[in-house]
Write a protein that binds this ligand. Structure first.
Ligand SMILES: Cc1ncc(COP(=O)(O)O)c(C=O)c1O
Length: 507
């Protein structure tokens, strides 16, 4: 363990130490006395393998961990594709209202008419925002929304007897969850290369893929718009027309919806099915891998296959129901309740004009950063192939390829140096088609002053790389030593078990 790393709570364990004073305090006796008063069948026969620590050690431990954590409330978090925006404290405050916080998933639904009303509102608002006919709120993340979407595509073609439609077209800039969801649902992925064609899907690429795989075998295409390069898919109407002409469907990955609110709708572009990363676009603190929520939206022809439970209105209110040919449940109960409540509040707080301003400001902020950084960190797609200047949408991908080649400083070195400077790193090495990629998404919630201070640091690091590259290549003041990321991913082990106490302490 590095000298400056926090200890594990188990390392504070001292036999007999405890942090609480049981009801009545020391005068009335200790835990043993209280145990005697409990029904004996409810008293644990063995001591739970929990660390024995005093209240003060416990408090200091968790306060220190909280201070060591980086979040949007502590600093700038330009993690492209992930939309790490500030979450208004009003959402946090209202979601704690006892009417939301104290509902129980097993409570009879008749006792919760307001809850169903809120779900119905959210379904309607998301449908309006995206141009879809129906929304299902239950998937628990963008990736799970994609999986639900692919299962719906599958079920749709099966219901039409078109079992031969097994090919899903996915561009080379796609997020890894796109091909993963397609494969998991039984599709074969046909990757198409858009990197050399302005980075976007065009008719030549699409027609070549259709010819190669056969129109009757193609089930659909998965696109995000703007793409992960921060570029609007300008040929999207022609793409969707062609896909529908051959009887195939279009899937919209909503991770980049923060660029479109109130400006354009995937439903109007011809998409048949979408997911919405509610936790990104509609604001929920979601660093470190969770929590997420990935409602899906469909055009009417796919509505019979939606997951259940789905909310619909009745003559005297609302009810949960199971669509006739539903793909089934994606999650226990009713989806990620807390996130859905936050999204409902967030939409109410902003209203239609406010939502549009979100996207406009997200786009302006990204273009400001792109313009200020691109001379030092080249942006591969800052011009169209005909030479015209190209603006980005809500994010852009800069490259450290030139620095790497000329002075050996990589995107990873710059990212780590940024962490040392008090900024979270942008997304690195994604999309894969840009060498030494730094994918930067400032979001609408940051001020010009903050963006300027980020630029100052980025330009300063560029200067350091040029005059003293070793300083960046040998950073030794990180709070965490360099992790073996491949080992960590392949041998994931996040659960502490009592017999591992010794090794955990050594870890
Ligand atoms: C473009 C894109 N699609 C899909 C996903 C998956 O979303 P989630 O992390 O909610 O599963 C992400 C996540 O970052 C993404 O950036």
């Amino acid at each position: 363990m590095a000298a400056n790393q926090s200890k594990l709570i188990f390392e504070y364990d001292v036999e007999g130490r405890h942090g609480t004073q049981v009801v009545g305090g020391m005068r009335n006796g200790r835990v043993e006395d209280h145990k005697r008063r409990l029904p004996q069948n409810l008293v644990a026969s063995e001591r739970l393998p929990l660390p024995q620590v005093g209240e003060l050690e416990l408090t200091r431990h968790y306060v220190k961990l909280a201070q060591d954590s980086f979040g949007i409330d502590t600093g700038f978090y330009p993690l492209g594709s992930c939309t790490m925006k500030y979450n208004p404290k009003a959402c946090e405050r209202y979601v704690k209202h006892p009417g939301f916080a104290n509902t129980h998933p097993h409570q009879p639904i008749e006792s919760l008419p307001g809850f169903l009303r809120m779900f119905a509102d959210l379904q309607d608002w998301l449908a309006d925002m995206t141009g879809m006919d129906q929304i299902s709120l239950t998937p628990a993340a963008g990736a799970q929304g994609e999986f639900a979407g692919m299962l719906i595509f599958k079920r749709y073609f099966e219901s039409r007897g078109e079992h031969q439609r097994t090919v899903m077209i996915v561009p080379d800039s796609a997020h890894g969850t796109n091909p993963a969801s397609a494969v998991l649902s039984g599709f074969e992925v046909a990757e198409v290369k858009c990197a050399d064609a302005d980075g976007i899907m065009n008719m030549d690429i699409l027609n070549a893929a259709i010819e190669k795989h056969g129109a009757e075998r193609i089930a659909g295409i998965m696109l995000t718009n703007p793409s992960t390069l921060g570029t609007f898919e300008k040929d999207i109407l022609a793409v969707s027309e062609r896909m529908h002409e051959i009887g195939a469907l279009l899937y919209y990955d909503g991770a980049n919806l923060n660029a479109l609110l109130g400006i354009a709708r995937p439903g109007d572009m011809g998409f048949d099915l979408i997911h919405i990363n509610t936790h990104k676009t509609l604001s929920t603190p979601h660093g470190g891998g969770g929590p997420g929520s990935g409602p899906i939206g469909v055009k009417q022809h796919l509505a019979p296959f939606l997951p259940h439970p789905h909310v619909r209105s009745t003559s005297d209110g609302f009810e949960f129901y199971r669509p006739e040919q539903s793909i089934g449940r994606m999650k226990l109960f009713h989806g990620q309740f807390g996130i859905l409540v936050r999204a409902w509040i967030y939409i109410l707080l902003h209203g239609p004009d406010g939502l549009r301003r979100i996207s406009e400001n997200a786009i302006i902020n990204a273009n400001y950063l792109q313009a200020r950084l691109k001379d030092h960190y080249p942006v591969r797609y800052d011009k169209w192939s005909d030479g015209r200047d190209r603006y980005c949408m809500h994010e852009f991908v800069a490259s450290c390829g030139r620095l790497k080649k000329e002075v050996g400083v990589s995107a990873k070195d710059i990212a780590k140096a940024l962490l040392n400077s008090g900024f979270h790193a942008p997304t690195t090495y994604f999309p894969l088609i840009i060498e030494e990629a730094l994918m930067i998404e400032p979001t609408e919630t940051e001020s010009k002053e903050l963006l300027d201070s980020f630029v100052d640091v980025m330009l300063g690091l560029h200067h350091t790389a040029r005059v003293d590259a070793d300083k960046l290549r040998n950073l030794d003041n990180l709070r965490v030593t360099q992790l073996d990321e491949t080992y960590a991913a392949r041998h994931i082990d996040v659960r502490w078990q009592p017999e591992e106490q010794g090794s955990a302490a050594a870890g």
